[in-house]
Design a protein around this ligand. Structure first.
Ligand SMILES: [Zn+2]
Length: 445
């Protein structure tokens, strides 16, 4: 979570969570062979588009992928018509157990305090069940959830989804983020500081950092999240190196929240696996990231979404809108420039929404997909965006052997969107079909 503004919009969704899907979340993948057909298919293995795409699914996995394949006898055929088949989308930066009121951007410190002080981890896990289902129905079949989930609430949600208790995306979970003194709460009086450990694990030196990683792994973390920016003291390079070494020893990756020259440099030098946000970052740090294959997770928004969000459902006056444009415009230009520089230097990109706000008119899944418009406005091509949200995010999550592309042997996490997303990236905001592990989650006319 970051002091950042995000999105809103007005699309309405008719989600069909079918009885079949309800049965599916409680059981295993259907035995019957399923065949998906559509006018186009993007496997995300490379840049090619397959005309008349066909995917054959058996036992929850992809058996064959190609153009106009022969349909096995007795298979159930789902013909999606003028649509594009794609791998299920991956959101590499979620906070499914957190929903802030977004209409007052300047009170986010207070809003976080309110949530942590008034919502139990159990309540937040139930919120996560709702938001996770919204993600899944929007076509996001895998997420990396990076903290702000109480004490291990994310692990509880992940296990509930894995056991089929609730529908939701596959999850990588960090448990509480590691942080310098104070976490991200701003300055609290001494009597209130006990609350910090409900949301963050503060570290004090390299050995404390190692211990925090070991505790996170014991608590069920499948990645480690570190907030490098502190106020005022950042996590140090020595601490960061200890975290990376300890996590990598157990085969777990490290995501670093870092903004500004100092924190991004510490994260890159320590060899983390991804740097989140990096709204402000120097060229030589980006070059180091490219060299070390450190992902940038650009949690970006468009000017329109920043403006919309400032006003919630209220219609602003012309003057208010102009003020918002004057305030957010330069910021949006700045982050677009850093995304272009990152791509120019060859920094790998994984799509991550960082959506943690309630967005009037949009559910969590819908709001999370607006991210792609921000990438497009910065100059990414639709194919680059699709790779960042599928194949490349799967690599960052350590899941490329299972998800991220349409290939024989992979889990059958497949979506279909109307028309051709290479013509208009907004097609990804209108998913009409979702399959997870061979089970149909959503099918719209
Ligand atoms: Zn975040």
């Amino acid at each position: 979570m970051v002091r950042r503004v995000a999105f809103m919009g007005a699309a309405a969704c008719v989600c069909v969570f079918s009885l079949c899907a309800l049965a599916a979340v409680q059981g295993s993948a259907p035995k019957q062979t399923i065949v998906l057909k559509a006018a186009r298919m993007i496997t995300a293995v490379d840049d090619t588009v397959v005309k008349n795409g066909v995917v054959i699914i058996e036992g929850g996995r992809i058996k064959a992928v190609g153009a106009a394949l022969e349909i096995p006898a007795n298979a159930k055929v789902i013909d999606l018509g003028d649509a594009t088949l794609l791998p299920g989308l991956i959101d590499a930066h979620t906070h499914l157990l957190s929903e802030m009121d977004g209409t007052n951007l300047r009170l986010q410190d207070v809003e976080m305090l309110r949530i942590v002080a008034t919502q139990s981890t159990a309540q937040r896990a139930l919120l996560g069940a709702k938001l996770g289902r919204e993600d899944l129905e929007a076509g996001i079949t895998t997420v990396r959830d990076v903290g702000n989930s109480g004490v291990n609430g994310d692990v509880a949600l992940r296990r509930a989804i894995e056991r089929g208790w609730v529908p939701g995306p596959r999850m990588i979970t960090s448990t509480r983020a590691l942080a310098a003194q104070g976490g991200q709460f701003g300055q609290l009086i001494p009597e209130a500081q006990k609350i910090i450990e409900q949301e963050y694990v503060t570290i004090h030196g390299a050995e404390s950092a190692r211990q925090a990683v070991r505790q996170a792994l014991y608590d069920g973390a499948t990645c480690i999240k570190v907030i490098v920016n502190g106020s005022p003291a950042n996590v140090t390079l020595e601490e960061m190196k200890a975290i990376v070494e300890e996590a990598h020893t157990s085969g777990v990756k490290v995501a670093a929240h870092a903004i500004g020259d100092g924190p991004t440099r510490i994260a890159a030098e320590a060899g983390v696996d991804s740097i989140e946000h990096a709204y402000v970052v120097k060229d030589d740090v980006l070059k180091m990231m490219a060299e070390k294959h450190i992902y940038l997770v650009p949690t970006d928004g468009t000017l329109k979404t920043f403006e919309d969000m400032s006003f919630g459902t209220r219609q602003p006056t012309e003057a208010e809108r102009a003020n918002a444009a004057a305030e957010f415009g330069p910021y949006v230009k700045l982050i677009q420039d850093r995304l272009r520089r990152a791509i120019k230097f060859g920094v790998p990109i994984a799509a991550g929404s960082d959506m943690y706000l309630s967005m009037p008119g949009l559910n969590r899944g819908q709001a999370s997909l607006l991210l792609y418009e921000a990438y497009a406005e910065a100059g990414m091509t639709p194919m680059q965006i699709i790779h960042a949200a599928t194949r490349d995010a799967a690599e960052l999550l350590g899941m490329k052997d299972r998800v991220g592309t349409l290939e024989a042997g992979k889990l059958a996490d497949i979506i279909a969107v109307p028309g051709d997303p290479l013509n208009d990236i907004k097609a990804l905001e209108h998913t009409k079909f979702v399959m997870k592990g061979g089970m149909v989650i959503l099918e719209k006319e």
